[in-house]
Design a protein around this ligand. Structure first.
Ligand SMILES: NC(=O)c1ccc[n+]([C@@H]2O[C@H](COP(=O)([O-])OP(=O)(O)OC[C@H]3O[C@@H](n4cnc5c(N)ncnc54)[C@H](O)[C@@H]3O)[C@@H](O)[C@H]2O)c1
Length: 330
């Protein structure tokens, strides 16, 4: 299959591209703006074509489609909730307008399949039970609102133009190649450096953790078997509070719980996310990696891949961290 993967140099996108090349033998073109979160190193050795450009740029999208692709899978997005609170514009630009430009290109070029990668955050927070694909869309941050906007455009292209679109909504992903602003890699690297581990609020926010390779396999199932116009939730097998996650990381890195530091909560911080995944299970998918095992593998990957994160911890991320947490990284 010839695939255009937008945002394929980021965390989930690059893990997905690796699976498609190794397990499916696909020919892959990646279109990526290479923002702070996108890195060509993530695609090293995979033999993919990388087109450097934004999904909002119709000319770049045309260049990436070239003489045609069988499907477009769109991961490209601004993804960090904290950054969306301090600067929402870029989120609307990429997550909404970028999706529109891609959809237009897919329609014009009669691309057979368009898969939009979305998030459980579009449903907002849930105290008990789990969200289904029929749950109302109630986003609470500029990040999740912009993702919801992108999703609505995607659905309109099926109804208005007959473009074969499907949406995959994942729960919180973790695993190798995740930029260290996100909870798990942030805490792993801080623990390895004996830096304080900044936990928002009371640390009791619950997330439904999904190992990145399981999400990739779910997306492949949806790409192959998903019904056009449908949304598929892809949730992880386990839920865990942030403080349990942090304590697990301290255990796997052999560090002391005195490194934990509670900090002022993020505004509008959703309390709990939980996704029901019956629909994607009916397509033959199930999560293979339990949280305990995936967390241990993830800690080991960061421990063994300093060459990947050292340039990040000494660059833009360092300034962002100081601005955001009011203290320097060690
Ligand atoms: N991380 C999660 O837990 C999670 C969970 C569910 C869904 N998602 C969704 O999965 C997708 C990928 O998330 P991620 O965690 O890998 O994010 P990421 O921030 O690691 O990667 C995003 C990628 O998109 C690229 N990008 C950003 N703006 C772009 C633009 N305008 N044009 C082209 N490329 C651009 C970046 O360079 C980067 O390579 C996103 O759509 C996100 O909403 C993420």
């Amino acid at each position: 299959m010839k695939l255009l993967v937008c945002g394929g140099a980021g965390f989930i996108g690059s893990n997905f591209v690796r699976q498609r090349v190794t397990d499916h033998g696909d020919q892959v073109v990646v279109l990526d703006a290479l923002t702070y979160a996108g890195r060509p190193e993530n695609l090293e050795g995979l033999g993919v074509t990388l087109v450097h450009g934004e999904i909002q740029n119709a000319e770049k999208v045309a260049e990436a489609i070239g003489d045609g692709v069988d499907a477009i899978v769109n991961f490209a997005a601004e993804t960090h909730v904290d950054r969306s609170i301090s600067g929402p514009d870029a989120f609307v630009e990429t997550n909404v307008r970028g999706s529109l430009v891609l959809l237009e290109a897919a329609r014009e070029r009669e691309v057979k399949r368009y898969v939009q990668i979305s998030t459980d955050e579009v449903y907002g927070s849930i105290e008990e039970g789990s969200f289904t694909e029929e749950s109302p869309i109630v986003p609470s941050s500029p990040y999740s609102a912009s993702k919801a906007g992108g999703d609505l455009l995607v659905q309109s292209y099926l109804h208005t133009y007959g473009l074969e679109t499907v949406i995959a909504r994942g729960s919180n992903n973790y695993g190798p190649y995740q930029y260290p602003e996100k909870l798990i890699p942030l805490m792993v690297l801080n623990a390895l450096h004996d830096d304080k581990l900044p936990v928002y609020g009371d640390g009791l926010n619950v997330r439904n953790w999904l190992y990145v390779e399981d999400f990739g396999r779910g997306i492949s199932h949806i790409l192959a078997h998903g019904v056009a116009g449908e949304v598929y939730n892809v949730g992880g097998p386990d839920e865990s509070t942030n403080i349990e996650v942090v304590k697990g990381i301290l255990k796997h890195t052999g560090k002391d719980e005195s490194l934990i530091e509670y900090v002022t909560d993020r505004p509008g911080h959703d309390r709990r996310y939980s996704l029901g995944s019956e629909k994607v299970r009916a397509l033959g998918w199930s999560a293979q990696v339990r949280f305990e095992e995936g967390l241990e593998k993830t800690v080991a990957w960061y421990r063994d891949n300093a060459a990947w994160w050292e340039p990040i911890r000494s660059g833009e991320f360092r300034e962002y961290y100081e601005r955001h947490y009011g203290r320097a990284l060690g």
